[in-house]
Structure formats: structure tokens, C-alpha cells
Ligand binder design. Structure first.
Ligand SMILES: [Zn+2]
Length: 477
């Protein structure tokens, strides 16, 4: 049976504010003791009133603009009512029929430049997070630290056609949110989560069949794996003539790499949405929206293309620059200030990155400063040290934070470029290696490289190789 896969995503990303959506509690909850970042508002004490965090609105609108959404002039918040132990108020303040952003689109690349795909963004809205349940033995414990943290929910059209496309979309979205600073979207800290809807239909049909919603996928890998699993399961049902007739919600069991039926999918009516009486409707000024649009930084797709064009980076390096935003910024700064983008490229994407990767560090966590790299690149460019010595110096600066020029001086690493000194060394090497000299004179071209090697060894690699070549040519050529 020839079946087409239809996938849509709902992405929850924590908005990068320092305080909650409705209260002043810190959102920095990752290492916090349970229930230490709470107040009467976020645990729903009677009489506590929510006040909208303006910064959260601003960051969410910036995200929406980066996703090419329209921002209606009026928006409102609604109560989404449901009971769950991690939801102390018995409702979530979300947005139902008047979200802050609608009708956007995003480009995503799947398997190379040529396969650009446009994915429709249905809407983007703001809502608060719930708390977190932890199960220990016979007990279930609840931590409300996260309750009230601002979330953006980004909903796509069912435009995705494979788990790979869904994963590529999610990865690119993460980069966009991080680049504009709307969300740190750190998967490890649970700042970005996905619900994926999937259905199948006979190829060529236009109608959509009841979908399965897979809840709460917390990594790109599980997003892809869960979709693959559901597609296999649904294909089998279709083959057996048992295509789903109702929408269902399933969960992903990581240990068993399978989904599990949770419930029939709830509908909007089940949540008894009604306008939130404690938060006034929003009037969003188009002038403010335009100011936010003008403040957006370069988005990943444009940035990637520019890095390749302007600095000759390869696709992989450009991707690293987009993913590790700080490393990309460092590279550009060093390339500009040193005026030598070729060496900047080698030092940043090869030498420095290999040290960082070994320890899984971000460049902001290491001791190497942009000016260190500029000094090093200039020293190599001026022939003061060789490129390989440059890497050694970088290693010491990386470990100790010492200025590269100090390292070069302290360890006497400066390249020997003194003609008289080099001539003396070359003469000694020629005298000690008469056999190699004879080979070279007898026509063995390779013997010349051996002689250069001997001189480099005699100077512990510090001889200026161009000068050595010249001197040797003069003496044996
Ligand atoms: Zn609070």
C-alpha cells in the first residue's frame, strides 16, 4: 500500500526571561532545591493575581517575527481548565482563539541545500508551564519551581512528510530561537519539548485521517524515533484495513523504544476554555512590532550563507558557527581584527574547537580570549612563529589563560629567522649528513626534504622553513 506520511508539530520552548510569566519568581530552576522559587501567584493561592511579564511578550513576538508570522493588534489570554497534581490552580493561562501570532512560515533544509522545504506555522502563543512530578517508591512528589515559567507554544501546519523532516525542522527552529535570544532552548534542561501528530493517507488523497499525537518528546532523537515507531505501527494497521477512526494520544516509553496509548485525544471543548478574567486583553501596537522586527539579528539561514560566502567556510564549519553561537561570533571578531580569515578559520574551527570538544565546553567557558587569537594569528602571519608552534601556544593559553606573546617569550619559541645563525646550522647539518647530500646530488629529489627535516630537528622546529629552503638550495643546489 502506497501511504503518505503527514506530520505536524507543537513545540514548547521556554521563553528566556529571568522571571515567571505572571510573577517575579526566578526561572533559573535547573539546579534549585524543589519549591524554593515559588510565590502565592505561581502556586495559585486565593486572591493572588497574575501580571503579564512584558519581556516574555516581547521575546515571543520576536520569535513570531523570525517565523514570518503576522501579529494581530488584539490578543487575549484564556483559561485552559484541567486537573493534574502539578497544576495547582486547576487551570493554565494560555491563549485560545486570539493568540499573539498567526500564519507564519519557516524554511528548512533537508538533506542538503537543494531540498529546501517550507513549513507553515499555524500560530504561536504564550502560556505558563506547570510544575514537575517526581515519583519515588510509593510516593509522588511535586516541585512547583517551574510552575509559572513562560512558554511559547509554536504549532506547525501538517506540512512535514517524514521523521527526518520533523527533526530538521525542530533543529532549525532551535537555532532560530537561540540566535534571536527568545529561548535558550536547551533540551537537556527541558527548555524545548515536542508533541508530534502523525497520520497516514493513501498517496494522492487530499483528506486528512485521524491523527495520533505523541506527547512530550524531549530530544531530537526521541522525536525521530517515536515518529518512526508510530509510522510503522500505523502502516501495519492500514495494511490490515484497520486505519484509526479516532484521534488518540500516546506517550513514548524510552526504555522500550515504543509508544503507549494514553487516552483518546481531548478536544478544545474538553478544556472549557474561557477568557482569563484576571489578565486584560492585549493591544499590540504595530509600531512596537516594527521596532522589534528591526531589532532582529541575522537569522541562521542568512548567517550560514554569509559565512560561506564571506569567509570561505565549508558547510560543516558554517553549521558549527550557527549552532555554537558564541564560537561563530568569536570567529567573526577574530577574522575581522586579525585581517586573516584563513588563519582565523584554522585556529578557531580546528585548533580551539578540538580543545573545547574534548571537554564539551562552550567557548564562553574557556580562558582563550579573542585578543589572544588575534595576537597568535598575527605572530604566525609575520613569521614570528610557525603554524605548528602556534597550535602549541594556543594549547598553553587554553590551559592557563596566559597571553600567547608571553608564552612565546617565556618558552623561547620565536622562529629563528637570523640568516647568519641559520647558515651556521645548515652548514653543520650538511657536514653531518654527507650521505643524504650525495643522494640529492645524485638526483634523489626527496633527499632535499630530508635535509630540511634535519635542520628543523636541529632547531626544535623553530627555524623559519622558507629561509631554510633558500639557504639549503644555495648551498647544495
Ligand atoms: Zn511565583
Amino acid at each position: 500500500m502506497n501511504l503518505e506520511v503527514i506530520i505536524g508539530l507543537e513545540v514548547h520552548a521556554q521563553v528566556a526571561t529571568s522571571t515567571g510569566l505572571w510573577c517575579a519568581c526566578s526561572t533559573d530552576d535547573f539546579d534549585a532545591e524543589p519549591n524554593t522559587l515559588i510565590c502565592p501567584v505561581c502556586v495559585g493561592y486565593p486572591g493572588a493575581l497574575p501580571v503579564l511579564n512584558a519581556k516574555a511578550l516581547e521575546l515571543a513576538i520576536k520569535a513570531a517575527l523570525a517565523l514570518n508570522c503576522s501579529i494581530p493588534e488584539e490578543a487575549k489570554f484564556d483559561r485552559k481548565n484541567y486537573f493534574y497534581p502539578d497544576l495547582p490552580m486547576g487551570y493554565q493561562i494560555s491563549q485560545y482563539d486570539q493568540p499573539i501570532a498567526v500564519k507564519g512560515k519557516m524554511q528548512v533544509e533537508v538533506g542538503g541545500e537543494k531540498n529546501k522545504k517550507e513549513v507553515g506555522i499555524t500560530r504561536l502563543h504564550l502560556e505558563n508551564d506547570a510544575g514537575k512530578l517526581m515519583h519515588e517508591g510509593d510516593w509522588s512528589l511535586v516541585d512547583f519551581n517551574r510552575s509559572g515559567s513562560p512558554l511559547m507554544e509554536i504549532v506547525t501546519e501538517p506540512d512535514l512528510r517524514s521523521p527526518e523532516e520533523a527533526k530538521a525542522f525542530a533543529e532549525e527552529l532551535q537555532k532560530i530561537l537561540q540566535t534571536i535570544g527568545s529561548s535558550e532552548a536547551n533540551m537537556y534542561k527541558g527548555q524545548m519539548r515536542f508533541d508530534a501528530s502523525v497520520s497516514l493517507r493513501p498517496m494522492g488523497e487530499e483528506k486528512l485521517y485521524p491523527r495520533v499525537e505523541i506527547k512530550n518528546l524531549n530530544s531530537f532523537r526521541t522525536l525521530e524515533a517515536a515518529l518512526h515507531y508510530e509510522i510503522r505501527r500505523l502502516s501495519k494497521l492500514w495494511e490490515e484495513g484497520k486505519a484509526p477512526e479516532r484521534e488518540i494520544t500516546v506517550g513514548w516509553i524510552e526504555e522500550e523504544q515504543r509508544t503507549q496509548m494514553m487516552r483518546e485525544k481531548e478536544t478544545a471543548a474538553d478544556y472549557r476554555y474561557f477568557p482569563e478574567p484576571d489578565v486584560p486583553p492585549l493591544k499590540i501596537s504595530p509600531k512596537w512590532v516594527e521596532e522589534l522586527r528591526a531589532s532582529l539579528p541575522e537569522l541562521p539561514a542568512v548567517y550560514r550563507a554569509r559565512l560561506i560566502e564571506q569567509y570561505d567556510l565549508n558547510d560543516q564549519e558554517a553549521e558549527i558557527a550557527v549552532t555554537s553561537i558564541n564560537l561563530g561570533r568569536l570567529f567573526e571578531q577574530v577574522a575581522k581584527e586579525s585581517g586573516d580569515h584563513k588563519r582565523a578559520r584554522t585556529f578557531v574551527f580546528s585548533a580551539l574547537l578540538s580543545h573545547l570538544n574534548k571537554e564539551a565546553l562552550d567557548v564562553s567557558q574557556c580562558k582563550v580570549q579573542p585578543e589572544h587569537l588575534v595576537e597568535l594569528i598575527k605572530a604566525v602571519g609575520a613569521g614570528k612563529i610557525s603554524a605548528s608552534v602556534g597550535k602549541e601556544v594556543l594549547e598553553e593559553t587554553y590551559l592557563t589563560g596566559k597571553d600567547p606573546l608571553v608564552v612565546i617569550q617565556e618558552r623561547g619559541l620565536e622562529q629563528v629567522s637570523d640568516v647568519g645563525e641559520l647558515e651556521g646550522i645548515c652548514e653543520k647539518v650538511l657536514g653531518d649528513n654527507a650521505g643524504i647530500v650525495a643522494d640529492y646530488k645524485g638526483g634523489k629529489e626527496k633527499a632535499f626534504a630530508a635535509l630540511i627535516g634535519k635542520v628543523m630537528a636541529a632547531t626544535k622546529g623553530q627555524a623559519n622553513p622558507n629561509m631554510v629552503t633558500e639557504i639549503l638550495k644555495k648551498k647544495v643546489g
